[in-house]
Ligand binder design. Structure first.
Ligand code: NAG
Ligand code: NAG
Length: 375
């Protein structure tokens, strides 16, 4: 393909995003130009074995400093990483090669490392909130959180689509047990037994909820994740998109290109998930972004396995629509111990939705690139 590599990289990484200079101080969604990713060829692969043990958490030791020292991928490597596998519910599987055609502008990430405490996953006091009561659980934004039958969390991002982490489906070498019969669970109120009414003493307990399950029709996982060895750099590609067999009929949350940590309101991100230390509960939390690379957000939100795959969202002002809008800008991936000059620190890591990833996920959802040009 005739493409000027240096120009490509210059535009993709070095030109700061068009930051709207507002007269107000509202945190405003930046305008991102998104590249075009289109499938070029699709080939059949043999049926996978579904022999990997499902893991609710990935952990790695390569932290922000380590990640920042990785060489920038070449255009060829990017194309390889953005290729993807599609798994169908009948067990068949395809590999799709993609073409990447237009360039995007993106702010270069910078160091923003903060001093951090040395605890594991729960940082200091546990600051997670159980979300109780069907008035909350059944309403936006909490109603967009769904549970995967493999144990992770996912988020509704379209009428039939759920965004989650790749490791909930595939361990980097093989599909996990249960990936073929993957289902997505929606919290629904339990049918009241004989109209007994609520439990006034324990309002949380009266709104008994249960999961109602919908089968997954197909699953997309980027090749950047499927490398045969689950290495640290693979965490950059820890995302997957599930298509349901039928529409879920709930409100969903849009995806958007991740602004930098500094652009976020109070530098904060939010997510809700089904942490496995609180079975049956949807758990909400928010925290500050501590550091970032082009592909990852490092934070110390309290989280336990089971929350992985949760959509990380923020609420910012949409200038063109003149309203506040929440969008998913990342996917909660897992936990990392990081050796910083002999000082062990740990972070929870979220995969950022970069312009390229936005283009890919959006294409998976819409099936065309025309509707995917504004991140
Ligand atoms: C499985 O489903 C896909 C998509 O519906 C179809 O293209 C493929 O032929 C099916 N494979 C088998 C073995 O039935
Ligand atoms: C209300 O819920 C609590 C805790 O589950 C239970 O102990 C109590 O018996 C319930 N009361 C009624 C009236 O159902």
């Amino acid at each position: 393909m005739a493409i000027d590599m240096s120009a490509f990289w210059f535009l993709l990484f070095l030109v700061p995003c068009v930051q709207l200079q507002g007269t107000n101080t509202k945190p405003t969604w930046p305008n991102y130009k998104v590249p075009v990713i289109v499938p070029e060829s699709t080939t059949g692969l043999e049926k996978p074995h579904f022999d990997a043990a499902p893991r609710l958490d990935v952990s790695g030791s390569c932290g922000p400093d380590c990640h920042k020292h990785f060489p920038t991928p070449t255009f060829g490597e990017l194309k390889e990483n953005m290729a993807y596998e599609t798994l169908y519910s009948n067990g068949s599987r395809t590999l799709t090669e993609v073409g990447i055609y237009v360039v995007a502008s993106k702010a270069r990430t910078e160091n923003g490392a903060g001093k951090s405490r040395r605890k594991r996953q729960i940082y200091g006091h546990d600051t997670r909130f159980n979300i109780y009561g069907k008035n909350f659980l059944l309403n936006y934004p909490f109603s967009t959180s769904v549970k995967l039958s493999t144990g992770c969390t996912g988020t509704l991002v379209a009428e039939k689509h759920v965004l989650t982490a790749a490791h909930c489906i595939h361990d980097g070498k093989s599909y996990v047990k249960g990936a073929q019969k993957l289902r997505v669970g929606f919290l629904k109120p339990k049918v009241k037994d004989g109209g007994k009414g609520g439990n006034r003493t324990y309002p949380g307990a009266s709104d008994k909820m249960k999961f109602q399950w919908i089968r997954v029709k197909r699953t997309h996982v980027p090749k950047g994740w499927i490398k045969g060895n689950a290495n640290d750099i693979g965490m950059d590609y820890d995302y997957a998109l599930l298509e349901l067999k039928k529409p879920h009929k709930r409100q969903f949350m849009m995806i958007g290109v991740s602004p930098t940590g500094r652009q976020l309101p109070n530098h904060r991100i939010h997510f809700s998930g089904f942490d496995n230390d609180r079975p049956g509960n949807l758990v909400y939390r928010f925290c500050e972004v501590k550091d970032e690379t082009y592909d990852l957000l490092y934070q110390q939100c309290d989280a336990q396995p089971g929350a992985s795959g949760s959509g990380v969202y923020v609420r910012m002002w949409r200038r063109d629509k003149q309203k506040w809008e929440r969008k998913i800008i990342g996917i909660f991936s897992g936990h990392q111990w990081v050796d910083r000059n002999g000082d062990k620190q740990d972070f929870n890591v979220a995969v950022r939705i970069t312009p390229l990833k936005y283009a890919q996920i959006c294409f998976w959802i819409k099936g065309n690139y025309i509707d995917c040009q504004d991140g």
